[in-house]
Design a protein around this ligand. Sequence first.
Ligand SMILES: Nc1ncnc2c1ncn2[C@@H]1O[C@H](COP(=O)(O)OP(=O)(O)OP(=O)(O)O)[C@@H](O)[C@H]1O
Length: 902
Amino acid sequence: MESDSDSDGSHISATPPRQLSSSPPRPPPPPPLEVSNKSRVRIKPSKSKPSPSGSSKVPSKPDRIQETPLSLPTDLPFQIRRPSGPASVSSSIETLPSGFFSSSYSASFAKIRRPLVNFEPSGIETALTSAASDSRTESADARKRGKARLPNLIGASAPMPVVKPRPCSGGDGNFVKLNLSGKRRKFLNKKGKFGGKRYKRGKFKSQQEKEGEEKDIGELKQRGGCKIREIDCAVVEEAVAAALDEPSEENLVEILKLVYGYDSFRDGQVDAIKMVLAGKSGVVVLPTGAGKSLCYQLPALILPGITLVVSPLVALMIDQLRQLPYVIRGGLLSSTQTPEEASESLMQLRQGGIKVLFVSPERFLNEDFVSTISSLSAISLVVIDEAHCISEWSHNFRPSFMRLRASLLRKTLNVRAVLAMTATATTTTLDAIMSALDIPSTNLIQKAQLRDNFHLSVSMVRNRMKDLLILIKSPPFAEVQSMIIYCKFQYETDQISRYLNDNNILAKSYHSGITAKERSYVQDLFNSNKIRVVVATVAFGMGLDKSDVGAVIHYSLPESLEEYVQEIGRAGRDGRLSYCHLFYDDETFFKLRSLMYSEGVDEYAVNKFLHEVFPADKSSCGKICSLIKESASRRFDMKEEVMLTLLTRLELGHVQYLQLLPQINATCTLAFHKTTPPLLAQKVSAIAVILKRSENKHGQYIFDIPTVANDMGVTAVELTNQLYDLKLMGEITYEMKDLAYCYRIIEVPTDLLSLSEDITQWLSEVENCKVRKMDAMFSAVYFALNLCDTMQGCSGTNHTPCVQRKILDYFSGVDNTDFCKKIGQSSPFLRADIKVFLQSNSQARFTPRAVARVMHGIASPAYPSTAWSKTHFWGRYTRIDFKIVMEAAKEELKKIVGKDIL
Ligand SMILES: Nc1ncnc2c1ncn2[C@@H]1O[C@H](COP(=O)(O)OP(=O)(O)OP(=O)(O)O)[C@@H](O)[C@H]1O
């Protein structure tokens, strides 16, 4: 594996300082924060019993806001003083030019008679998405506005229109794909016919159109403050043809200049592009903000077929779509679209109207989509963005990413090359990615996973709110225009943003609990510098490419070094020095470490789960089954994501036991309106089966969709389509509820016991891995606060060299978790407390894990915090290792039940 000079923390000061010219005032060089001796972290098992904390995710009693008047600190964990002189600088980081151009044409939207019912799980993707509702309205708007469509630039011989310029990243770029500007689209559709001619701006426009456009550009200028330039499409076309013929660096740079306005490639880009153009699959590991998108955008422009980009978040897809260069037609398919919109996108895809399609991994559950994609002979490239999501050993595993395996992509979809991209992957994660995608180790392009323009600092907190305000009001943070504060809990983001506003700092909170529209609004305010601070949970940031974010503050410890690197990666994307400070406190660390155990499952629960997934009836092969998410989650005391992980493993493990289908609403309540039920049953077979299989309550028929579908021998989606037709005819109305996982049984396992043992073992390894990540994060901070005096280059609160070293070691596989041995291994009161707890709740049935969760203050579906945080044992033992507590609970339960407990 290659490494890069970044890995040597000693030259961190070689970063050029932020310039004052075109941006808001810039802070002076490295912050002279100092950690006093008082701040040293001391981890020791608690002597007295801690008071019960709140719930696991959102503690019932949030931290009190300290409204103490602000004065310059004398007794704080860190001291702030002005720098004595400028930082040493060099030009080792290139200055980033302005870049992308907006698009203004779009493909047609054909009308369809009926939407294909097109269920897709939304999961995390939806929860963390912003601006999704916008794309929906825009799509509808586009339908009203005409059908003219440009032919595929490369696939067809039609020339490209001379496009109007757009501001660089940070603006709302690719209008067409988002249908943000209908006027412009209409206009440029006309222009598309003028092959190769240089288009003079404004020549063919009505006054109204001109005004509309100018308004758009005006707004964008304001947002991004970017330069505007034109692209001569005929020239680009020539350059593309030349690069297709001979993909030399010279030819590629020519396109780079023409399309992006950049003079040269950044480290790793040209290698990645050449690899893909040669039809080879590969993995690209480049730091945040290093320009990974360009590694697929440029090949997408050159290669003749379609490029599919798989992204974990809708918000990310929308951002990437906006950032596509003007000359590449993009589209997206996401769970937030209506079935009509999804069908339209598929139709455009079939007709060659889309060159780059962004999709969620869940889309690959949709048979309609898979068959459309496999019927397209020309998929040149599949890009897997945030590819670490494929691996269960990453910080952000997404079960649906498991589906993206070489077998599906190459064999079923007939894809030529696969490009996996990430900024944060350990060696174990990389191995998992390469093995899933069948990528040889020679095709790994890896640079250091950290940019060297971060000034990293850490401090121990005593009063976080007050310390935060002092930090923001002191140099260098006081002079940073745009900053992000990351918190763990949603309630913290709201509290802090209120607190900052009360102290004259314009801030907004951002988390997945607010609507997509609000999230989009906050992001827009931030991008246009109308607010200074976004206080966010992990939901904010992935894909955010605001170049002048000058600081990132971690109000709470991140859960892993990967998360930390991703989040600080939002800062300094313009290459200038940026400041990243992390507040540490023991209490938060112990609380977060407990949360790492919130998804674990015991063998007992896995076994119960498998018995429900596979009906005892051996003839169930081929049957469609469903598992209602909410009730099953409570029954098995398993989070919904964990159930999905198990189902996905049953589909994609060594043996394929089932085939996961799109999620459905499993319970249907139906009423008849025109024809009487018996008469309609004579004409429509579905109704005959429904009458047989339903329960009649006050004239309404309630039935289970999969049961009726099985009886009819159709899929759940086909049945729903039939019902939809009957509804259109006015025959029936119906309501669907109970969102459920849906699957077809392929093979019933013969030995459920050993299968559950196997799966539990795997889950336990995944859990251990999460805890190790948390511990590695803690260790880096602990080291910085307590032991880094000896580390060359660290001084005061400048912990850059040692934190940087820890991060790079971690990504290259060095175990950093030594200090966490300090987590409590025993307590004299533990067994006695568990005994009292069990006696006082003798009516409830517990597993050792359930008891340990209560003692650690972790809510679970069967033991919600609303009910269980009332016990005074709730969260009492967060400082004692979870496994020790679980073991003690097992012993106590054994005594009560009198037999061995799993
Ligand atoms: N060769 C280049 N020269 C100058 N700027 C570039 C170059 N390549 C990309 N950029 C710019 O760098 C910025 C970051 O690019 P991009 O968003 O692709 O980063 P990334 O690696 O995907 O980051 P992240 O992982 O954080 O999402 C963009 O504004 C892009 O225009």
